[in-house]
Every structure is written in structure tokens, then in C-alpha cells.
Design a binder for this molecule. Structure first.
Ligand code: ADP
Ligand code: MG
Length: 249
């Protein structure tokens, strides 16, 4: 069985003279969380944007499943099975939790088919939304306004919205940002649950969470990968110690 769900090779993104991402290659595997760490400005968000299609790479190749999706639109890449969350939450505060997830599920619904009644399509979308809420641990908040739930739950909601599109690959950009200890622990549990069914790329500053979750670890500095592999090996790499982990972040 082929368990590499996304394979990026030699990705480069230039902004004028700056190579924000410089010849980066990485594989995301089903059942693995691949953490990407590095100081601010290292290129982590740009890498995420390349993989999701929000930015076209200057050079390099991205294969999702068995499809070359290099240069495809975010919508095409999403339909091909990639879901992402953003560093800033992206939810409609005046809608309920369930409505937010249902809208996300709808955006991914197949074109209405003649033999599928509107009622059936509606039920299917609702069921997908409720499954995503369940997986994200938000069923008890289903009918609350998104504005009324905690910051940590809003981050969970964003993940539920991503899950409602039924992705196989998940890109999560700092899902623990701004969370307190209890919220962070809940998010770590959620990410652990997600990895069975998904390939996950996790960009995260919280090193406790990274070392609790990561099956693979890539360290970026100035757009380049300076180390990648098993977390324990990467952690003790002298170059990594010097460039990043040795400092307090
Ligand atoms: P990180 O997420 O690791 O903090 P980013 O990917 O946001 O890093 O940024 C990497 C580098 O690329 C930074 O020097 C940043 O200023 C630059 N950069 C990011 N986006 C743009 C853009 N749209 N235009 C020009 N420079 C950018
Ligand atoms: Mg960033």
C-alpha cells in the first residue's frame, strides 16, 4: 500500500530576491504527524501556502495522491483531498457552530445529481458536518453561536470545518497559537486522534506539543531545511541545537 499521500520535491518560492522557501522536499504519510518548526521568517507559512495552492511555487513539484497538482488552484487541490487551517481563524461568528461546519461541508459537496433529491443532499451534508463536529470534540457546542465559544474551541471549530471537506492530507498552521494549557492539551488529543486517518503537517511553536505529537520533524531556517527525520535524532543534531533549539523560543 502506498502511504505517502503528499510528496513535495525541490519546492522554491522567491519573493523578488528572497527565497522564502528554498529547495524544500518532504513527504507526508498517512498515520504520521510531520511537524515543521523554525524561527519566525523561516518560511513555514509560505511552505504551507505552496502545498495548499494558495501560492504557486517558483520551481518544484507537488504530488497529491497520484496526481501532480503543481500550480493548481486551492479549490482543485482541496477537491483532490487536501485540507488546511489558517493561522488566523476563519469562522463566521454570527453563525452557530454547526452552521459553520455545514457551510464548509457544502463547499465540498459533489454537484447535485438529478437522482439525488435536495432533501437527500441536505441530509448528507448535515451528516458530514455532524461527523466532523464529533471528531473535533464539539458536539456539545453544536447549537451555540461561534462567537460564544472559547478561543480554543474556535480553533477546534476551524479544524472541524476543515474535516467537513473530507481531506486525506491536513495542513495545520499553528493550531495551538494563543491557547492556555487546558485548551492546548485538548488540541493535542484531537491531533492525535486525527492522525490515524490522515497525513498531517503541523507547523507549531509549542515545543512540548511538537515533541508529544511528531512522528517526523523538519527544521527550517531561512527558507531551507537544515534537518529532517525522527524527532529524537533531529533534536540532538548539533546544527539544529546551534541554529534553533538551543535558543529559547
Ligand atoms: P514563517 O511562517 O516561518 O514565520 P513566512 O513563510 O511567513 O515564515 O515568511 C518567510 C519569509 O518570506 C519572510 O522573510 C517573510 O517576510 C517573507 N514573505 C512571506 N510572504 C511574503 C510575501 N507575500 N511577499 C514578500 N515576502 C514574503
Ligand atoms: Mg508563519
Amino acid at each position: 500500500m502506498h502511504d505517502v499521500l503528499l510528496s513535495a520535491s525541490n519546492l522554491t518560492k522567491r519573493f523578488g530576491g528572497l527565497a522564502a522557501v528554498n529547495e524544500v522536499s518532504l513527504d507526508l504519510w498517512r498515520g504520521r504527524i510531520h511537524a515543521v518548526i523554525g524561527p519566525n521568517g523561516a518560511g513555514k507559512s509560505t511552505l504551507t501556502n505552496l502545498l495548499s495552492g494558495d501560492l504557486p511555487p517558483t520551481t518544484g513539484r507537488i504530488v497529491l495522491g497520484d496526481r501532480d497538482v503543481t500550480g493548481r488552484s486551492p479549490q482543485r487541490i482541496s477537491r483532490a483531498g487536501l485540507g488546511r487551517s489558517y493561522q488566523k481563524t476563519n469562522i463566521f461568528l454570527a453563525f452557530t457552530v454547526q452552521e459553520n461546519v455545514r457551510l464548509a461541508a457544502q463547499s465540498r459537496a459533489p454537484r447535485p445529481m438529478r437522482w439525488l433529491s435536495r432533501a437527500t443532499a441536505f441530509r448528507d451534508t448535515n451528516e458530514r458536518a455532524d461527523r466532523a463536529l464529533e471528531l473535533a470534540g464539539l458536539t456539545h457546542r453544536r447549537d451555540m453561536l461561534a462567537a460564544a465559544i472559547s478561543h480554543g474551541e474556535q480553533r477546534q471549530l476551524e479544524i472541524a470545518m476543515t474535516l467537513a471537506t473530507q481531506p486525506r492530507v491536513l495542513l495545520l498552521d499553528e493550531p495551538l497559537a494563543g491557547m492556555g494549557t487546558v485548551e492546548a492539551e485538548r488540541m493535542v488529543d484531537l491531533l492525535q486522534r486525527l492522525k490515524a486517518e490522515h497525513a498531517v503537517m503541523l507547523v507549531e511553536h509549542d515545543m512540548d506539543a511538537v515533541f508529544a505529537l511528531a512522528d517526523r520533524l523538519t527544521v527550517m531556517v531561512n527558507g531551507q531545511v537544515i534537518a529532517s527525520g525522527e524527532p529524537a535524532a533531529v533534536r540532538s543534531d548539533p546544527g539544529v541545537q546551534a541554529a534553533y533549539l538551543g535558543e529559547e523560543h
